[in-house]
Design a protein. Structure first.
Length: 398
């Protein structure tokens, strides 16, 4: 594994020529940084999200001059201004984010503050090695500096390429532990890239004051890992019940029922599926719902539906086969009738559209109900009984 300059230059999109012209006209020197460099080293491909650090050989940081850059870039595409002096350019299908090198000074009460618990100072003449110390992992601290349009220089002051080759995660600098989101990011990269923790990182994680994070960070990092369930398992193994990061999950109970929970979680990208899986292993989904500020009504509805589905496991379809009048007052028929229409409603919702897959796995006998066409000719049935007749009709055909 090594940086391949020729492949990199051939991979540059045509949009880069125009972007580089604007940058260089103002005297800036661009350096591609972060995940784009890491992923190129791994896969020899450039994605559509570029993080570019801009230095200037002569000027000190100046907000007005920085805004001029934004104005000039707006001639190429949509420009927006983000926190910490980041300028975002959407040019065709590529997203460029430009930022000046910065130093982060964490606030005194950093252990109890959020993700942006620091003050930033900007310096266009900051050395690259100094600039990358603020980053999280050494594999994200490599850079590709454009000396001109057709020539680049690979920068790797913290040996990130070697760490990537050896599949080890190392923290960049002493302030790593002052951003608690990085605790989650460590587990994310472990799963996404198949990396192990270096001893340096293990020592750092063990000493981090892991407190409650805003729920969207937790969910975002799970999803970015591309293996949310596996990442959660890693976290549960690492964290004990006294730590607050996963305060909304019964850790011990979930680990005890992990195998069953894993099979019940049929889709890891939607909260509804997580709540269904929790309820299936007898863990209340209420804490999950409250932590992520989800609909309480939906949580109650899903809990009730799972409880009904569990009852259906031991209920045989043939027990409801017989004359309509006889089955109508059968106690199990009320359960099936209510469960059937609740399932239909859930299956039509975008967020729970895979509930039938769940039923195929858990109660295949009853999931067949949804593979039979509902009878339409029910005019001979009194209106109040028509829907019940339809469900009865389906039960006769299983």
């Amino acid at each position: 594994m090594s940086f391949k300059q020729e492949i990199f230059l051939r991979s540059l999109p045509r949009e880069w020529i125009d972007v580089h012209s604007v940058i260089s006209s103002l005297g800036f020197i661009p350096t591609l940084v972060g995940g784009s460099v890491r992923d190129f080293i791994l896969f020899e491909k450039l994605g559509n999200d570029w993080d570019i650090e801009l230095t200037h050989p002569h000027l000190s940081f100046n907000k007005d001059y920085w805004k001029n850059l934004g104005k000039d870039l707006s001639q190429l595409g949509k420009v927006s201004y983000l926190p910490f002096e980041v300028i975002r350019l959407e040019f065709n299908q590529i997203h460029f984010e430009f930022s000046p090198p910065r130093k982060e000074t964490f606030l005194n009460d950093w252990a109890n503050l959020g993700h942006s618990n620091f003050e930033a100072t900007f310096d266009w003449q900051m050395d690259f090695k100094e600039a990358v110390l603020r980053r999280d992992f050494t594999i994200n601290a490599m850079g590709i500096r454009f000396t001109n349009k057709t020539s680049v220089e690979f920068l790797d002051p913290l040996n990130g390429e070697s760490h990537l080759l050896n599949k080890l995660l190392y923290p960049c600098g002493p302030d790593f532990q002052k951003d608690s989101v990085r605790f989650l990011r460590a587990f994310r990269f472990k799963r996404k890239l198949g990396l192990d923790f270096s001893q340096d990182l293990i020592n750092t994680l063990n000493n981090m004051p892991v407190t409650r994070l805003a729920s969207h960070y937790f969910w975002e990092e799970l999803q970015k890992s591309q293996a949310p369930k596996d990442m959660l398992y890693d976290l549960l193994q690492w964290i004990n019940n006294d730590q607050e990061l996963i305060h909304f999950i019964d850790r011990d109970k979930l680990l005890e029922s992990w195998s069953e929970f894993s099979t019940a979680l049929i889709d890891q990208t939607g909260h509804d599926y997580w709540m269904i899986a929790f309820e299936w292993v007898n863990i209340s989904s209420q804490d999950w719902q409250e932590n992520f500020k989800l609909s309480k009504d939906q949580s109650v509805r899903l809990s009730r539906w799972v409880a009904q589905t569990k009852k259906m496991v031991t209920l045989r379809p043939e027990s409801l086969q017989g004359e309509f009048e006889a089955i109508l007052n059968h106690e199990d028929f009320s359960l099936v009738f209510d469960w059937y229409f609740t399932t239909k409603q859930l299956a039509q919702k975008k967020t729970t559209s895979q509930v039938l897959k769940f039923l195929d796995m858990k109660i295949p006998d009853w999931s067949f109900l949804f593979k039979i066409e509902m009878p339409n000719d029910v005019k001979h049935i009194d209106p109040p009984l028509r829907s019940k007749y339809q469900v009865w009709n389906l039960c006769q055909r299983i």
